[in-house]
Design a protein around this ligand. Structure first.
Ligand code: AVJ
Length: 322
């Protein structure tokens, strides 16, 4: 029973709207100002992120795609015929196309995303590209509980696909709960295929997050443009510069917006002051050794059954089971 647009089902769990204003006002009031990275992704921010993945310096996306090409046969064998792919935060069509093409007659695909319009468009596109694949869409926030048993998921071995090192955006406690949540979607024999960026030299990491073309700088600064437009702000964007720094202690690349001189600004009627050199912390991108990632998985009750990396050891895809 196909619904309009070629979807087998659409389930709207009505996730609460992201609290952009609340997050910004709370974050700017902290001693170390910070804004969660999920707010980067308005239309302009999403387009800039796509541009980042095309830069020479941001190796992440290109490297993961290369690994996916190399391991297509292994993946097909481990998943077996008739697998059902579940993708939380359904993202890049290039990656999911590679996975679905690699698999042996996948039975279904379920996209799960907080952004209803983006989700439906992406899933309808996918249904059109993969004739005969049962495609479902769930509008939900995957960082919150999802009543997976109430959804009409087709029978078959489940494969939760979480590429891109998105897990790196979460704090250690958050990444553990996220993996626990995904684990709760698995039955015996089901699996998670997850990509995570590796620890490497500070130089490579800092260049990847401060590319020479300035795309990542524009991506970071766009957050201020978004605040001015959507939250009635008057921030002088020219007063800020982009900084990416490898924090080896915490194994993460941090992105900051640095005030170039003392300034004040208002957002929705609230006034904020910053000193020269003070920063707004906008993103953490955690990096993992294979051992550390295995320990994280184990802490969430998951076992690494296989893992694959590129030749430089920049990025790793992990096959996890419960
Ligand atoms: C989409 C979170 C995986 O951390 O590498 C890219 C976002 N930020 N360049 C990452 C990002 C700056 C990206 N993730």
């Amino acid at each position: 029973s196909k619904k309009a647009g070629g979807l087998s089902f659409f389930e709207d769990l009505h996730p609460p709207k992201s609290r952009f204003l609340e997050d910004v006002l709370t974050g700017l009031a902290k001693p170390q100002k910070s804004i969660p990275p999920k707010h980067f992704y308005d239309a302009r921010g999403s387009a800039l992120f796509d541009d980042i993945t095309g830069t020479d310096d941001y190796y992440v996306t290109r490297t993961e795609l290369g690994i996916l090409d190399t391991i297509a046969g292994d993946i097909a064998e481990m998943a077996g015929p008739g697998a059902v792919v579940i993708e939380p935060g359904s993202g890049s069509s290039v990656k999911i196309d590679k996975l679905l093409t690699a698999l042996d007659q996948p039975a279904g695909y379920i996209g799960l995303d907080i952004s209803r319009d983006h989700l439906v468009a992406a899933c309808e596109d996918l249904a059109a590209r993969f004739d005969g694949l049962s495609v479902g869409a769930v509008c939900a926030d995957f960082t919150q509980p999802v009543p997976i048993d109430d959804l009409p998921i087709p029978d078959g071995k489940r494969l939760v696909f979480f590429p891109g090192s998105t897990i790196g955006n979460f704090e250690p406690a958050g990444s553990k709960s996220l993996l626990e949540r995904f684990r709760g979607w698995l039955r015996a024999g089901d699996a998670i295929l997850i990509g995570a960026d590796r620890v490497k030299s500070a130089e490579v990491l800092e260049t990847a997050y401060d590319d020479t073309q300035g795309v990542t700088a524009a991506f970071n600064l766009n957050l201020l443009t978004r605040i001015n437009r959507e939250l009635n702000g008057d921030i002088d964007i020219d007063a800020f510069s982009h900084r990416a720094v490898w924090n080896s202690e915490l194994a993460r690349v941090e992105m900051h917006l640095v005030a170039e001189h003392d300034l004040t600004f208002t957002v929705s009627g609230k006034t904020f002051a910053m000193k020269m050199g003070e920063t707004i912390h906008t993103e953490n991108s955690h990096k993992f050794t294979i051992d550390r990632f295995g320990a994280l998985a184990a802490s969430a009750g998951l076992t690494v059954k296989a893992h694959w990396s590129d030749e430089r050891g920049y990025f790793t895809l992990y096959w996890l089971e419960r």
